[in-house]
Write a protein that binds this ligand. Sequence first.
Ligand code: GUN
Length: 292
Amino acid sequence: MILLDGKKTSEAIQREIAAEVADIKAKGGKVPHLAAILVGHDGGSMTYVNNKVLACENVGFESTLLHYEDDITEEELLNKIREINQDDTIDGLIVQLPLPRHISSTRVLEVLDYKKDVDGFHPLNVGHMVAGLPAYLPATPYGILQLLERYNIETKGKHCVVVGRSNIVGTPISILMSKCTYPGESTVTICHRNTVDLAHHTRQADILIVAVGKPGLITADMVKEGAVVIDVGTTRVEDATRARGWRLRGDVDFDHVAPKCSYITPVPGGVGPLTIAMLLKNTLRAAKKEVH
Ligand code: GUN
C-alpha cells in the first residue's frame, strides 16, 4: 500500500509556484494578487481563509482579505464584488462559502467576473469544464487530479466510483474522471444518499473517491482488493486527548481499509493540503491570463 502524501505534493507544487513568482518579479512582471471575501465569524471558514492568505504570502503573491460582518446585505456584498471585478490590480477573487442564509450564493457566484473566478464555481467555468474548454477547475477536484498524475496512477479504462454529488467535489470530479485527457478516460459511477446498496457499487471501484462528510462511512468490506482510495471527507470529531478538543476524520475507515488498497490518502494530510496549492495555481494562471 502506498500513501498518497498530499502534504508533500502540495509543498512541491507551492515551491514550483514560488519559483515562477520569483521569475516574474525578476522580469518586472505583474505579481499575482488574490482577493478573498469572508462574511461572518464561522471558525472553520475563518481558518480556511486565513490559511489561503498565508499561503499567498508564502509563494510571493499579493493578497487582500475583505472581512464583513454577517449583517452585510446581499446588495452591499454584490457591489463590493462588482468593484473588485473592475479592479485590474486583482487577478483572482474567492468568496468563502457557506454564506449567511440571507445572501444567495447563486447570485454572488453569477456576479463575480468568471475571468477572476479562481474557485471555478461560476456557471461559465462549470460549463467550460463540462465542454472540455479552458476553465478554472475547482481546487479539490484539481488537487485529486494532481495526486493521480504525480503518482502516475493509471486511470484509463478503470472503473471510478464517486460517492457524493456536491457542486464543489463529487459532480466536478465525476466529469473530469470521464474526460478524454489524463487523468481521466475512466468509466464513472456517481453514488449519493438515494443509492440503493452503496457497498455493491463501491466494491466495483478500481478508483474510489469519497466526498460525503460522514466519518467512517466506507468500511473494509466495501472496498475491492488493490483499489485506489481517495478520501475527501474532513469532519471535526471530538477528541479530548487533543489540546484543541477535536481532530479531523475522513469518510473512510482508514485503519481497516488501508491494508486492502494499492494507494490511499490519509486524513489529514491527503487531499486537504492540495486544495490551497491548486487555488494558488489558478491564481497564477489568472495573472498570466492563461485560461480566459
Ligand atoms: N467552502 C468549502 N470549500 C470551499 C472552496 O473551495 N472555496 C470557497 N470559496 N469556499 C469553500
